[in-house]
Design a protein around this ligand. Structure first.
Ligand code: ADP
Length: 261
């Protein structure tokens, strides 16, 4: 939607002319809506575990059976972990956005893959999702900002687990072709409608709120991935079929050490 406003131009004494100001209202409205949704999502995402924490602590105070106490304490740990994951996402995104030319070092591809896997392990176990891993053989290093790379891979894996069917299979590979490392995360989950593929990398964007909300999330994951790719002169690719699954590829040059501009 374009809105046209007219504005009188004058020099204080007489009218010099009329200017037409054209605004893309729909774009602004859309961004506002995205921001509003984001705040609602983050609040909702935090509210659920916080509510559970309150209830669990309340029960814990009155509980005497040591076995029950232990069980409650372990649930408190899980909920606290959920809260810190959401906060990690927010912090990762703001850090990665601020850090356009991060310091790089050679990191073994297998190592970043292992770190990302470690972060997603609990979630995968919870949904009985199996992750098959293929590392480059022989081992190869990529010049990268390690934390950023781990965080991008973790987000791809987290989505693959989240949008898999219970008990599903995820394939996670890192392979080297023509001076680039291709990290691929393939799931056999719910897939993404073709018309949404262009938009999923936008900040805070989530496909069909209803469907996404059940699975939790903030709509930040893929924008983190996109930023990390850009910061390393790389790219992200996606292929997906509804009901069959999705494959995301993060491609990063092995040597992206200095900024080519
Ligand atoms: P979220 O926190 O909602 O997962 P992301 O930015 O990571 O946010 O992803 C944006 C949207 O893209 C998600 O809401 C989801 O609908 C869709 N999506 C991302 N990865 C997958 C996947 N592997 N399978 C199906 N849908 C996905």
């Amino acid at each position: 939607t374009l809105a046209v406003r007219t504005q009188l131009l004058d020099d204080g004494r007489r009218t010099l002319g009329v200017a037409a100001v054209i605004d893309d209202v729909s774009e602004r409205r859309r961004l506002e809506e995205i921001r509003r949704d984001f705040v609602a999502n983050v609040s909702h995402e935090l509210k659920t575990p916080m509510g559970a924490l309150g209830l669990l602590a309340e029960t814990l105070v009155a509980e005497e059976d040591p076995q029950v106490v232990r069980r409650l304490a372990s649930r408190i740990q899980d909920e606290a972990f959920r809260v810190s994951r959401i906060i990690d996402d927010l912090l990762d995104l703001s850090r990665i956005e601020a850090e356009e030319a991060p310091p790089r070092e050679p990191v073994p591809i297998g190592l970043v893959m292992a770190e990302a896997l470690e972060r997603v392990r609990a979630a995968a176990e919870q949904r009985a999702v199996k992750i098959e891993v293929e590392e480059p053989d022989p081992p190869v290093a990529v010049v990268a900002e390690r934390r950023q790379l781990v965080s991008a891979l973790y987000n791809l894996l987290e989505n693959a687990v989240k949008y898999s069917y219970e008990g599903g299979l995820v394939r996670f590979s890192g392979t080297v072709h023509d001076g680039e490392v291709v990290f691929a995360v393939a799931d056999q989950g719910i897939g993404i409608p073709a018309r949404e593929l262009e938009r999923i990398f936008e900040r805070f964007y989530r496909v069909e709120k209803g469907r996404s909300r059940q699975t939790g999330g903030t709509g930040l994951g893929l924008s983190i991935v996109r930023h990390v790719a850009a910061n390393h002169q790389g790219r992200v690719e996606v292929e997906s079929r509804e009901g069959e699954g999705s494959t995301f590829r993060l491609v990063v040059p092995l040597e992206s050490g200095s900024r080519r501009s």
